[in-house]
Design a protein around this ligand. Structure first.
Ligand code: ATP
Length: 364
């Protein structure tokens, strides 16, 4: 498997791009480690497929290079790149058995029959296809056919990378969950370099060691699921990751505090120092998990503000309280055993989890 380097990579579908807005992919510089499981995550139109197609060779980037283990593959066609690909819909031969389908990528390259047999049985075992090896693919359901496609993608152990383009779209929700876990297990066992495109954060966060979050043609953060949760580098990552997403609101900075709708939220020296060097629109962000609501007694103090509680949704293992002050709203994740009485309370901010953004970029 290979390390993938994206060097000064950018792509515009226009022959003469005039500005940033003409780029489907804005300039990026990344190293994706050999044996890593990467998810490309982002909303429709953010450039995921463009990036995947550049890595697979279906598309030649208008700028920059793609290297596999240091070798420049930018101009090579997909078949010259030694990669495996799994698409949204099954790519299998209906007239072949499941065994033959799984064996195909290996036989096609003249792999020794004994090795073919070992490998087919190993992958079939991992994907629960062993009992179906002798069946023709034609009679199988869409889920099973797509599972075979995954198997065909995984069966070679000599590819530089395995690229998955929303591979679980056609799979029913329960099996989706099972296959996601299986892909993760297979990755842990075989350590191929995997790149997995999805717009589903749960899929990305359960599958990947590193998630590449894309927005508006840019990689806005590349990090572990924990990093994306704890330290969103961009307000989009705050919104997009988490359920509900981060509370993010414009604020003014003055006298050692952030001011939102006339309410004062004390900031640390670290916040103040970083924000003093920043310019642009300043926003405060805090995840619902790092806010507390007190409804019994207490006063605002340094890290609390008085709020109205406008809604409490009980989601079983926890509740989400929607609080309002002035025209601002913040959501709070509350444990299932906390009783919320009354219609007002004190909303408390954990200072270490209070983030400041300048023009959407994290500053502290
Ligand atoms: N062949 C093309 N010609 C011109 N513009 C294109 C082409 N393919 C994609 N685009 C544009 O490039 C941008 C990125 O598209 P891309 O398909 O890479 O996004 P995506 O994140 O994969 O979206 P989706 O999840 O909907 O597939 C979009 O603005 C899209 O309209």
């Amino acid at each position: 498997m290979a390390r993938i380097d994206l060097k000064s990579l950018a792509h515009s579908y226009f022959p003469e791009p005039k500005g940033d807005e003409d780029y489907a992919l804005r300039r990026m510089e990344h190293v994706w480690e050999d044996g890593g499981a990467y998810a490309l995550l982002g909303p429709s139109g953010c450039g995921k497929t463009t990036l995947l197609n550049i890595i697979s060779g279906l598309l030649t980037p208008s700028e920059g290079q793609v290297l596999f283990d240091g070798k420049d593959v930018t101009k090579l066609a997909p078949e010259e790149r030694n990669i495996a690909q799994v698409f949204q819909f099954p790519v299998i031969y209906d007239t072949m058995t499941v065994y033959e389908n799984l064996a195909f990528p290996l036989r096609n390259r003249g792999v020794d029959p004994k090795r073919v047999d070992e490998r087919v049985r190993e992958i079939a075992g991992m994907l629960d296809l062993t009992g179906k090896l002798k069946q023709k693919a034609r009679g199988l359901g869409a889920d099973e056919k797509q599972t075979i496609s995954l198997g065909r993608g995984l069966v070679r152990d000599d590819v530089s990378a395995i690229l998955f383009d929303e591979p679980l779209t056609v799979i029913d929700p329960h099996l989706k969950w099972v296959l996601r876990r299986k892909l993760k297990e297979i990755h842990n066992k075989l350590r191929p370099t995997m790149v997995y495109v999805t717009h589903d954060q749960v899929e990305a966060l359960t599958f990947a060691d590193k998630v590449v979050v894309m927005y508006g043609g840019k990689v806005v953060q590349l990090g572990t699921p924990q990093e994306l949760f704890e330290n969103p580098a961009h307000t989009f990552v705050g919104y997009f990751i988490g359920s509900p997403g981060m509370n993010i609101m414009p604020c003014n900075i003055d006298a050692g505090a952030a001011w939102i709708d006339g309410k004062r939220i004390a900031l640390s020296d670290r916040h103040m120092e970083a924000v003093s060097k920043a310019s642009g629109q300043i926003e405060l962000g805090i995840r619902p998990e790092f806010l507390r609501i007190e409804t019994d007694s207490g006063s605002e103090g340094d890290n609390g503000i008085e709020v109205n509680i406008v809604k409490v949704e009980d989601l079983g293992q926890y509740k989400i309280a929607t609080t309002r002050f002035g025209s601002s709203e913040m959501k709070v994740k509350v444990s299932e055993d906390q009783q919320i009485t009354g219609q007002s309370g004190i909303l408390r901010f954990a200072p270490e989890w209070t983030k400041l953004y300048a023009d959407s970029q994290l500053v502290a």
